[in-house]
Design a binder for this molecule. Structure first.
Ligand code: NAG
Length: 440
């Protein structure tokens, strides 16, 4: 008997230990409970915000592991969530203890409604499951750390109960996607529907909208009930229909990223009377192409000013640092400053260009015999560099040949001076003669 008791105790202890290891990752989530203030109304809808906590259980038969909530959470804002698909369990929502940044989470009351949009309205044409809908509904929007997860869950609780079940979950692994121009882009979005819900298998619709600075447009809409796409203007985006049905993969593929795609993409999944959506930001980052001209630079003499231009084009977003750099014959680098930078211009594809002009005065700038002149463009998308060679003639450290040449030049100069002197002195004499004759 004693042995059995010991085994029993041991198993309880190990169970508790393991339970803790697993549970600590996904057992509790703090969220802000946000709702319109009852009796608010009027023009300004006022919101109230209260601390709340969700206790999460992934095993339907498992124990709900309850921690002692901090005293500033009202008991009415404690919820017990059944989440068999572990949608709340991403590590992005459960950072290690002591992490300064906290994931964002908000829970709101949710009201099931028949959808008005054309691609989702067939879902509610038959007005299915009205009794099932008669319950307390909540939606949760959560954002993991480092943009690693965006999540929107719709949950149901029997009226008056705090025992919630996740019915619909829409999620994206990335809240921000960054792309070069012309690359194909995957905007990740997936969804899950509780298979035990009567809404499972009664159809769905998918919608992708694009929004930028208050303006929006429909990108793709798919009516799953009728297996039909809505009319959309562009055809530069597509859904993988197989993936949609097989794994709930509603990801959008943009064939070629363009500046006109920069903005917010919203993935919405409709079930009869329910919807959940996640938003993704698409950033396009394209470093500039650089050209320096004239190339090659003309040969120049010491003190002669050579103008050199650098043109940076095709970059996005706008911010760019242009700099000039000189590398002397020994490979030593130094900055020649920015030059005169022009304002930017925007091309029809939305990319920018900007240029800089530099006056190379080899004496003032101390460029010696010349070297490499580089235009350096620092951009969010990377640093680019274009180089031309500057040759300054007539300046060099004297070599043997140079010394001989100098002697030769000196001799020639000596000869020239001598000739000039002779000519001048004989001319001077004859002029004097002429003057003398006039006076007479
Ligand atoms: C979703 O589908 C896209 C396109 O087929 C694919 O690249 C992506 O890996 C899929 N995502 C998941 C989670 O399976």
């Amino acid at each position: 008997m004693g042995d059995i008791a010991t085994i029993y105790k041991l198993s309880v202890i190990s169970f508790a230990l393991f339970g803790d290891v697993f549970s600590s990752r996904c057992s509790v989530l703090e969220c802000w409970f946000v709702q319109e203030r009852p009796g608010g109304g009027g023009f300004s809808t006022r919101m109230t915000q209260e601390k709340s906590v969700l206790y999460i259980r992934t095993d339907p038969d498992g124990e709900m592991i309850e921690h002692k909530p901090s005293s500033d959470i009202s008991p009415s804002r404690i919820y017990y969530v059944s989440d068999p698909e572990s949608t709340f369990c991403s590590s992005a929502l459960h950072p290690p203890e002591g992490t300064l940044n906290k994931p964002q989470c908000e829970i709101n009351p949710f009201i099931p409604q028949a959808s008005m949009v054309k691609w989702a309205s067939p879902l509610t044409a038959s007005a299915k499951s009205p009794i099932y809908l008669n319950a307390d509904w909540y939606s949760v929007a959560a954002q993991g750390l480092n943009g690693e997860l965006t999540l929107a869950n719709v949950m149901r609780a029997p009226s008056g109960s705090k025992e919630l079940s996740v019915i619909l979950s829409v999620f994206s692994k990335t809240s921000t996607v960054r792309s070069r121009l012309g690359e194909s882009v995957l905007l990740d979005c997936g969804f899950w529907v509780d298979p035990s819900s009567p809404l499972h298998g009664s159809g769905f619709a998918v919608e992708w909208r694009y929004q930028f600075r208050g303006e929006g447009r429909l990108v793709v809409a798919y009516d799953g009930l009728n297996d039909r796409f809505a009319e959309t203007s562009g055809t530069d985006a597509e859904l993988d229909i197989m993936g949609l049905y097989e794994t709930g993969n509603a990801s959008l593929i943009l064939k070629e990223a363009q500046v006109s795609h920069v903005g917010t993409f919203i993935c919405t999944i409709y079930l009869p009377h329910l919807l959940a959506q996640v938003a993704l930001e698409l950033e396009v980052v394209e470093p500039p192409s650089l050209a320096v001209y004239p190339s090659p630079l003309p040969l120049s003499a010491p003190g002669q000013v050579v103008k050199v231009h650098c043109e940076a084009s095709g970059f996005y977003p706008l911010s760019l640092d242009l700099d000039w750099e000189f590398t002397d014959a020994d490979g030593k680098k130094r900055s020649l400053g920015q030059g005169s930078v022009t304002g930017h211009r925007q091309a029809s594809d939305g990319t920018y260009s900007q240029s800089s002009r530099l006056e190379l005065d080899s004496l003032k700038l101390g460029l010696g015999r010349g070297g490499e002149i580089s235009c350096v463009a620092k951009h969010q998308g990377g640093t680019r560099r274009a180089t031309v060679t500057l040759n300054i003639i007539g300046v060099s450290a004297p070599s043997v040949e140079d010394s001989m040449a100098m002697v030769a030049v000196a001799l020639v100069l000596y000869g020239v001076i001598k000739v000039i002197f002779w000519t001048f002195s004989s001319n001077g004499l004859s002029n004097e003669d002429a003057n003398n004759k006039k006076e007479k």
